[in-house]
Design a protein around this ligand. Structure first.
Ligand SMILES: [Zn+2]
Length: 195
């Protein structure tokens, strides 16, 4: 009998965005647990192969299943080619632009973190407010990330963390949340003491 010597084809493993459907589902749970995600709003993606896996439009980040994750293979001129059970996040143009402009970024977390937005005046913020899901917003985000910012505030909208891996981007979003949620508590303590 022939001795087993492994597969008889060559496998090209696609770029590991440190993510998969399960990675994104877990990331959504983590972010919702620490209260970064307000009313399930936000979107997460990882670069994979020539495209990206991204949370679906209207997904509840704290309670996703594999059906909430969509593969986007291409996005250009307002047309998105995707594989999945639902439409990809409305912020697909923003995620796609960030991956196109920053080859070292493999994961993106976008949340509406009130603690950071209210207290993070020191954080790099996009210059202009733009409507969600537009190429204009994507352009503002790309500009704010330059040359190498890893966490920014999207003016009057939310926050965005990027990383080489998904866990890096999630950790960044969590760290900033902790930092500014705690600052707020400290501020209130100080304030109350003075009264
Ligand atoms: Zn948003």
């Amino acid at each position: 009998m022939e001795k087993y010597t492994g597969t008889k084809f060559r496998t090209i493993l696609e770029a590991d965005g440190a993510g998969s459907e399960s990675g994104l589902i877990a990331a959504g749970k983590t972010l919702s647990k620490i209260g970064v995600v307000a009313k399930a709003v936000g979107n997460i993606s990882v670069r994979i192969g020539g495209g990206m896996l991204i949370t679906g439009a209207g997904s509840d980040l704290g309670d996703m299943s594999a059906e909430d994750i969509v593969y986007v293979g291409d996005y250009r001129a307002g047309v998105c080619r995707a594989r999945g059970k639902k439409e990809p996040s409305s912020e697909t143009p923003m995620h796609w632009s960030v991956y196109s402009e920053f080859p070292e970024v493999n994961a993106i977390v976008h949340v509406h973190d009130k603690a950071v937005m209210e207290n993070g005046a020191v954080i790099k913020t996009t210059e202009r407010e733009e409507p969600y899901g537009t190429p204009e917003l994507a352009g503002q985000v790309v500009d704010a990330l330059r040359p190498d910012n890893r966490y920014i505030i999207i003016k009057n909208h939310g926050c965005l963390a990027v990383g080489k891996t998904l866990s890096e981007a999630v950790k960044l979003a969590m760290d900033f949340h902790e930092r500014f949620a705690n600052d707020k508590k400290k501020f209130h303590r100080k304030f109350l003491c003075r009264i």
